[in-house]
Design a protein around this ligand. Structure first.
Ligand SMILES: [Zn+2]
Length: 310
């Protein structure tokens, strides 16, 4: 491989706050709630239901307001209404600590590791919090990728070698060695973000629809391997180029898929190292988590970015 064509390593920046600073800054429920209020409503509290600005604080209860526009009897809401913290009995102080740890651990942290770091609550609590935070990390309204983009698919999970011999599959292809693995498709802008999702099959329509959704037609280049599922991208208006991995061709000038492969290896090492195994049901949540961290790799206040999504 031509070294000059290797993509730069993902930049990592010093976080704005250390764990100790975060813990001392958000050491009380009031401090967490004040931060959430200012983040949610920077120009004054609004009703989360009707966006009315003319709301009144409930005198008997701090951090609660009332809106009379959407409900004549008064609709009451709090600073956590409509967030992932709603209807949970866990203190915000703990939520914030879990969120901070998940933002800062580059390879991901299992609920067990988080549970040990926090030192309070049960493992189940930590697991529940991690799951909800991963759901919040989903990029609901992403911008289509621009610049030089790479698209690729990969297989995640499955421990073939540990299975009983008669269940072990040989050979490649459907029903072969990938039987118990899950397929993920992704696109990455070399200087920007990644978008990825789980897919059931890698048919032509699936690949093409994913690219059309994730990637702007204004890209300067979209690189893939020789997978024929991408062959119609040129006709769809994309400047599409391929490298032929089956012929040991990996880098031809700007045409390669090294950046997305680097992301795949980050994801796989994270899953194997921290979580050991991820079931198909939860894989989309881990994809949220790894994409979120990658897309905020240059953001010193990734923690704030997370809290603005809850
Ligand atoms: Zn209202």
């Amino acid at each position: 491989m031509n070294k000059r064509n290797q993509p730069p390593k993902p930049l990592t920046v010093k976080p704005r706050y250390t764990l100790a600073q975060t813990m001392s800054h958000f050491s009380t429920e009031d401090a967490c709630k004040a931060y959430l209020r200012d983040l949610r409503w920077p120009s004054g509290v609004r009703c989360p239901r009707c966006q009315n600005e003319n709301v009144h604080a409930v005198k008997a209860e701090q951090w609660r307001w009332q809106c009379r526009k959407c409900n004549k009897n008064g609709y009451r809401f709090s600073v956590i209404t409509g967030t992932i913290f709603e209807n949970t009995k866990y203190p915000l102080v703990t939520w914030f600590q879990v969120g901070y740890l998940m933002c800062q651990s580059k390879k991901g942290m299992s609920a067990l590791q988080i549970h040990r770091q926090i030192g309070s609550g049960s493992y189940e609590t930590a697991w529940y919090m991690c799951t909800r935070i991963r759901a919040a990390m989903k990029n609901e309204t992403f911008d289509q990728l621009i610049g030089e983009v790479e698209a690729d698919e990969t297989w995640i999970g499955g421990k073939n070698k540990n299975q009983h011999a008669n269940k072990r599959m040989y050979g490649k292809g459907e029903g072969g060695q990938y039987k118990d693995k899950t397929m993920v498709i992704g696109a990455i802008s070399r200087k920007g973000n990644v978008v990825c999702q789980m897919i059931e099959e890698a048919g032509f329509n699936t690949l093409q629809n994913f690219v059309k959704e994730a990637v702007s037609q204004k890209v300067t280049l979209i690189s893939t391997d020789e997978n024929s599922g991408y062959r119609q991208l040129t006709r769809a208006g994309y400047p599409h180029q391929t490298v032929n991995h089956s012929k040991q061709e990996y880098v031809v000038g700007a045409i390669h898929t090294n950046t997305i492969e680097r992301f795949w290896s980050l994801l796989k090492r994270g899953i194997v190292g921290s979580y050991h195994k991820v079931s198909k049901n939860y894989l989309p949540l881990y994809l949220n988590e790894f994409a979120f961290r990658y897309n905020h790799r240059e953001n010193p206040d990734i923690f704030r970015a997370l809290l603005s999504r809850v």
